[in-house]
Design a binder for this molecule. Structure first.
Ligand code: UDP
Length: 502
């Protein structure tokens, strides 16, 4: 079954352009639209994915659809719905295999299930799509649907794969062998990073990078009063004065010595607006590298590290004042991720094992997920009051946390994981630690960054510029316009060729 998702326009391009820093990206987008939109006239672009809610694709599509419409391109968003749970269990397995994990085996029965469900959905989609309409299929779930449609209708078909791994193993090979005949039916495939392209698609692929919305609650500018207000209402900072608005409920919670959780201002205010702060905000996932980051930070706080590495009294004082914030979603709110709770528990026990004087300088914080907007505001405020944003991932698809931090002019401490090294050039936008799992190296990199005030300003400026040029939603929509116009041109050329040789 196919359902069409309603998309509302929350903000127009004029609303974005009213912000001085966004005027230029909006103008650039409009200029590209002028060249491309007429090639898409009289056609409807179909975005097809497998969920209207949850996950990065569903989060991003409304903005892309509404901007394309505003630029004069008729666009619809269709979601494939299967009553067969087994189908989505299979596609989840394929998803994990593309990331290199899971038993590397897919059976003939799996192939038959994938084929038969794709067949039904393709029939549903064919009733909506007209010949010539560009069809953009996102991720492996609807890949087969789009492939069958392409084989039976004269439509430009593009497959947008948002996932990938920059290495190959038995798991990835199994996944790609399964998907190959379907993916090959498309005119073009689009990945986020070159490293994720499977060999057999290299001659028909393009790249579009993920992007952030600069006016969303997570990324919009916060004035100093708004920032302090969000911190205070989240119980991430104390207020010495009575205030108009009450606390957010629930507030941000922090791990306490007795193992309980209390508002993050307990047992004492963290000093987020006063101290040097290193912050990592991520899902509680082993691959995010929380554990070695915590070890590295603790190493930096040891007297033997100070004695050997502090370059001045001021440097010593800075080291002693620096605090680490490790924040992520309240693990109880992510009930479909038992591993998240397990990883979170491991980090809590690692924190319990720290000497008390170091423990004081490390805050393990959970952010409530009951309101997405409030959660986003908390992330925004935490990122903005940090001296350094760390993302110590062992593997990273892209790492939007880093894009968000760079947009906020925060210097980034990253690793050489594919998504991070794409965004952060070592010594230009921040630093990349040589080894995500080497606490000693992490300790030195944090210390060097803290001690390099001028460089941090330069990294921050460069980081902001990089996001502005490459990773804002306007660039993403611009790339879609280009790719879609090319796809239509190609299809027309093939039709003309076909006629002339006929
Ligand atoms: N995030 C959030 N609340 C949290 C922790 C993370 O909103 O408590 C967001 C974070 O700001 C980012 C996203 O989750 O937008 C994570 O995306 P990323 O690409 O960094 O990693 P993924 O989770 O997709 O592996």
């Amino acid at each position: 079954m196919i359902t069409i998702v309603d998309v509302e326009t929350e903000r127009t391009l004029d609303d974005y352009a009213a912000h001085a820093s966004l005027k230029r990206p909006v103008e650039d987008l409009r200029a590209v639209a002028q060249k491309c939109a007429d090639r898409l006239e009289d056609r409807t672009v179909w975005m097809v994915n497998s969920t209207a809610q949850g996950g990065g694709v569903a989060e991003m599509l409304p903005k892309v659809v509404s901007m394309l419409r505003e630029l004069g391109v008729s666009t619809e968003w269709a979601v494939i719905v299967s009553e067969k749970d087994r189908f989505f269990q299979l596609t989840k397995r394929i998803h994990n295999l593309i990331h290199g994990t899971g038993t590397p085996h897919l059976s003939n029965e799996d192939r038959e299930l994938y084929r038969s469900v794709s067949r039904k959905m393709a029939d549903g989609l064919a009733r909506r799509v007209d010949p010539g309409d560009p069809v953009v299929v996102h991720d492996p779930q609807p890949l087969g649907t789009g492939a069958l449609l392409k084989q039976e209708m004269d439509v430009p078909a593009l497959w947008r794969c948002h996932i990938g791994l920059d290495e190959s193993n038995a798991a990835t090979e199994t996944a790609w062998e399964f998907l190959k005949p379907w993916a090959e039916a498309y005119d073009e495939t689009i990945f986020s990073l070159r490293e994720y392209l499977p060999e057999f698609l290299k001659d028909r692929s393009d790249l579009i990078q993920p992007a952030i919305n600069p006016l969303s609650p997570k990324n919009r500018q916060l004035s100093v009063t708004e920032l302090t207000d969000v911190l205070r209402r989240s119980r991430l900072a104390e207020s010495a004065h009575p205030t108009v608005d009450g606390d957010f409920a629930p507030p941000a919670m922090r791990l306490q010595r007795d193992g309980s959780f209390a508002p993050a201002t307990r047992p004492e205010d963290l000093g987020l607006m006063q101290r040097p702060i290193v912050t990592q905000i991520s899902r509680w996932d082993r691959l995010k590298g929380f554990a070695p980051l915590l070890q590295g930070f603790a190493r930096m706080k040891e007297p033997s590290f100070f004695d050997r590495n502090a370059t001045s009294e001021r440097d010593r004082r800075r080291l002693s004042l620096t605090r680490l914030v490790l924040a992520g979603p309240d693990p109880e709110s992510v009930s479909d991720d038992p591993e998240g709770q397990e990883v979170f528990n491991e980090i809590c026990s690692q924190w319990h094992d720290l000497p008390p004087e170091i423990q004081r300088d490390v805050a393990i914080i959970t952010l409530p997920m009951t309101s997405r907007r409030i959660n986003a505001l908390m992330v925004n405020a935490l990122q903005r009051c940090s001296s350094i944003i760390a993302q110590n991932s062992l593997q990273e698809g892209f790492g939007l946390t880093v894009t968000e931090a760079m947009w906020k002019r925060r210097p980034v401490l990253g690793t050489h994981a594919a998504g991070l090294r794409e965004q952060v050039k070592d010594g230009v936008h921040g630093r990349l630690t040589p080894q995500a799992e080497d606490p000693e190296g992490i300790a030195h990199t944090i210390h060097e960054m803290m001690n390099a005030a001028e460089e941090r300003k330069r990294w921050a400026r460069n980081a902001r510029r990089r996001v502005s040029e490459r990773y804002l939603v306007f660039t993403q929509v611009r790339r879609w316009l280009e790719v879609l116009a090319q796809a239509v041109d190609r299809q027309e050329a093939v039709s003309v060729d076909g006629q002339s040789t006929a």
